[in-house]
Design a protein around this ligand. Structure first.
Ligand code: SAH
Ligand code: SF4
Ligand code: F3S
Length: 447
């Protein structure tokens, strides 16, 4: 018999950064109860998969993984399999009924129950915990993070925006914020542990609120608490981005000059159907304001292609917007109809091939724009936070600029977590290549 104290848990995570942060919370909860984590599924007693429900293809991928866990369980019948996260919240009992593998279904607000549910599962009982909470923010849980350069820190949970295409308000529930003092304290702790970059997370961080304090106050206090740490944040809804926040980003030197500002579509008609609550005029005004306050700023966006009734003309407006804004990066998705959302009731009118063709046009255009924007940096020196060896070649290191650009340069024994100036020698749409400007390895041929 395996006693609970010796149980080894393997966690696999899909979806957004909030899910990555949640898996660290889950790790914190389990380790406190005597479990240990393993990176190796074959030696695990418990397999947990933290899931995403944002688009159908995200869910299909997870169904594929569940098939694999099912084969693993045929070999080891005592293996416990649990589904966590947004898909657990969305499908609930259906997950247990439709798959024969799942012992646990635990939604994003019920992770405190995991140790008890795992114990029950070990006795052969299935456990389902999917209540959403108005208050749960795991404030007292110390997330179990891997030591490294960058850390995630959730400052709020849930979303009240109800964009008509989106499942998040249904899978994560209502907005709630962590107390400002707790966040600042955690930032200090992370700095002391050696983290050099912290990303504050929320589905719509601009809705952050603690009494009279808003997100701009939080960012300012966090930045001032640890000047040696780079501060990032994601995601901002274009409707609520305040002038004060722009001012704080512009004036605090350790806040990164990078803003992810999802626009979703370039057509006012589609934006209104999406319940995005801003117009392209408002959005362009915001971009203008941001660029004036932070001239070196880098901007990225999310686009959905093929939202119900989207015409070729709407698509052209999105293409035009991309040209007008000149983003540094864009993530483009084919619209995927999600049950319970407002848009689910509209017909999914755009054919899949058409969606695919539009996505392709957008990504091709953005590729050109990104390449051009990166090219302008050739010949300049940029501050780069060193992350570690390049994945492709270990005689090269990789790091990122404040504007979130990836920079590859010859390994001169710089250490991860160090910030160095890199002279940029060449670029493509995704990466800058350079050498340490201090000249320790001058003349190195970039990969
Ligand atoms: N809270 C963030 C978005 C989180 S989801 C925000 O509002 O910016 C990340 C992205 O997934 C969204 O920006 C959107 O572009 C995309 N997305 C969400 N629901 C989708 C759906 N049903 N089909 C296709 N893409 C979707
Ligand atoms: Fe979804 Fe809109 Fe909330 Fe973002 S703001 S999580 S797209 S509902
Ligand atoms: Fe996916 Fe849930 Fe995040 S649906 S994108 S994991 S909030």
């Amino acid at each position: 018999m395996i006693t609970p104290v010796s149980k080894r848990v393997y966690i696999e995570t899909y979806g957004c950064q909030m899910n990555l942060a949640d898996s660290e919370v889950v790790g914190g909860i389990l380790v406190k109860e005597g479990y240990s984590l393993t990176q190796d599924m074959s030696e695990a007693d418990v397999v947990l998969v933290n899931t995403c429900a944002i688009r159908d293809n995200a869910e299909q991928r997870i169904h594929g993984r569940l098939g694999l866990f099912s084969r693993e369980r045929r070999k080891r019948p005592e293996l416990i399999v649990g589904v966590l996260g947004c898909m657990a919240e969305r499908l609930r009992t259906r997950l247990v009924e439709e798959t024969r593998v799942v012992d646990l279904v635990v939604g994003p607000d019920e992770y405190r129950k995991l140790p008890a549910l795992i114990d029950l599962a070990a006795e052969g009982e299935q456990g389902i915990a999917v209540r959403l909470s108005r208050v749960e923010n795991y404030e007292d849980i110390a997330p179990l993070r891997k030591k490294g350069v960058s850390a995630w820190l959730s400052v709020m949970r849930g979303c009240d925006k109800f964009c008509s295409f989106c499942v998040v308000p249904f899978t994560r529930g209502r907005e709630r914020s962590r107390p400002l003092s707790g966040v600042v304290e955690e930032v200090r702790g992370l700095a002391a542990e050696g983290f050099r970059e912290i990303t504050l997370l929320g589905q719509n961080v601009n809705s952050y609120r603690d009494g009279d304090h808003d997100f701009a106050d939080l960012m300012q206090q966090v930045a001032r608490a640890e000047r040696g740490v780079r501060i990032r944040f994601t995601t901002s809804h274009p409707q609520d981005m305040s002038d004060r926040l722009i001012e704080v980003i512009a004036s605090e030197p350790n806040i990164c000059e990078y803003i992810h500002l999802p626009v979703q579509s370039g057509s006012d008609r589609i934006l209104s159907l999406m319940n995005r609550s801003y117009s392209i005029d408002h959005y362009l005004g915001l971009v203008e304001k941001i660029r004036q306050a932070i001239p070196s700023v880098s901007l990225s966006t999310d686009i959905i292609s093929g939202f119900p009734t989207e015409t070729e003309a709407d698509h052209r407006e999105t293409m035009d917007l991309l040209r007008t804004v000149g983003y540094d990066g864009a993530y483009t998705f084919k619209y995927s109809a999600r049950e319970h959302t407002k848009a689910w009731e509209m017909r999914d009118t755009v054919r899949e091939e058409e969606k695919g063709a539009r996505v392709f046009e957008i990504t091709t255009l953005q590729h050109e724009i990104s390449a051009r924007r990166n090219e302008r940096l050739v010949g300049t020196d940029l501050d780069v936070l060193v992350e570690g060896p390049s994945r492709k070649r270990d005689d090269f290191l990789v790091g990122r600029t404040g504007t979130n650009r990836t920079v590859v340069f010859p390994n001169g024994n710089e250490t991860a977590g160090e910030t160095i100036a890199v002279r940029i020698l060449r670029s493509n749409a995704a990466t800058l290549f350079g050498e340490n400007a201090a000249g320790r390895l001058a003349g190195g041929e970039a990969a």
